[in-house]
Design a protein around this ligand. Structure first.
Ligand code: ATP
Ligand code: MG
Length: 260
């Protein structure tokens, strides 16, 4: 059988940060991690285990101390054009309209005006924001703001989306609807994104959405377990995923107890 080719590959990646004084504290150690075409991978782990650090390194926002990261066959040294991030805090530009927030990455990429307008309006429509194109973030609900966050990230047509707890600031129903809309766009191939990495604290969310769920333990962060969810995504329900949720939650509790 032909070996699958990873879209992202981290090899032996380590990262330390200086805390307060000069002491350097290891946050992630010996991370080997791949994401393949057409898959969703979740990262679960306690607060401070290095989940955001891991995806920021993939995005090129921060550099690893050791090891290598390759995205879409190119080494990641600095901000990577094939990836986009969505943040828990939305991180919108409050002084820009929805249109200009979504257009931001396209303007930065130097596209011409017609192309920027066409791609921005298409993304605004796909994500359900047409009526709000001229509104400012402060005029929108949390759910709508995060839709802008997704539209801005998707507009540059990234191959890989890096999602840092994007639903956790939303109420359950709003989060569920946005999650479903995103998965529909992805499964129906209305967006260019091939794969996604989702950081979450919700085991249920990880199991519902992912092909694989990775556990990260702390001090320093290492990937200890990878679960392949073998139920086709379209057939997953609360009931038939419960065994996976229990198994992952038990492993997480066991690993957290070992490192506490
Ligand atoms: N820029 C930085 N400078 C110093 N320390 C940092 C920096 N970024 C992260 N850290 C530290 O690295 C560790 C991992 O942080 P990170 O934000 O990656 O964790 P996380 O798993 O995303 O946590 P959470 O679930 O709370 O978001 C933490 O101890 C954090 O304080
Ligand atoms: Mg984080």
């Amino acid at each position: 059988m032909k070996k699958r080719h990873p879209l992202v590959e981290m090899k032996n990646v380590s990262k330390s940060f200086c805390k307060g004084s000069k002491q350097s504290i290891p946050v992630l150690e010996h991370i080997n991690f791949e994401v393949y075409d057409n898959e969703v991978v979740s990262l679960l782990g306690r607060s401070g285990s290095g989940k955001s650090t891991l995806i920021r390194m993939i995005s090129g926002l921060i550099d690893p101390d050791f090891g290598s990261i390759v995205c879409n066959d190119l080494p990641v040294n600095g901000p990577c054009r094939d990836t986009s991030m969505v943040f828990q805090s939305f991180a919108l530009f409050p002084w820009l309209t929805v249109f200009n927030n979504v257009a931001f990455g396209l303007q930065a990429a130097g596209l011409n005006r017609e192309e920027i307008e066409r791609r921005t309006m298409r993304m605004i429509e796909l994500i359900g924001l047409t009526e709000y194109a001229n509104a400012y973030p402060k005029e929108l609900s949390g759910g709508m703001r995060q839709r802008v966050g997704f539209a801005r990230a998707l507009a540059i047509e990234p191959k890989l989306m890096l999602l840092d707890e994007p639903f956790s600031a939303l109420d359950v129903f709003t989060g569920q609807k946005l999650r479903q809309d995103l998965m529909d766009l992805w499964e129906q191939r209305k967006i260019a994104t091939r794969s996604m990495i989702l950081v979450t604290h919700s085991v249920e969310e990880a199991v519902m959405l992912s092909d694989r769920v990775c556990l990260l333990t702390s001090d320093p962060g290492t990937i200890t377990d990878i679960f392949t969810i073998d139920i086709p995504r379209a057939e997953r329900t609360r009931d038939n995923t419960q065994a996976w949720v229990n198994r992952i939650r038990d492993t997480l509790n066991e690993k957290i107890a070992m490192t506490a």
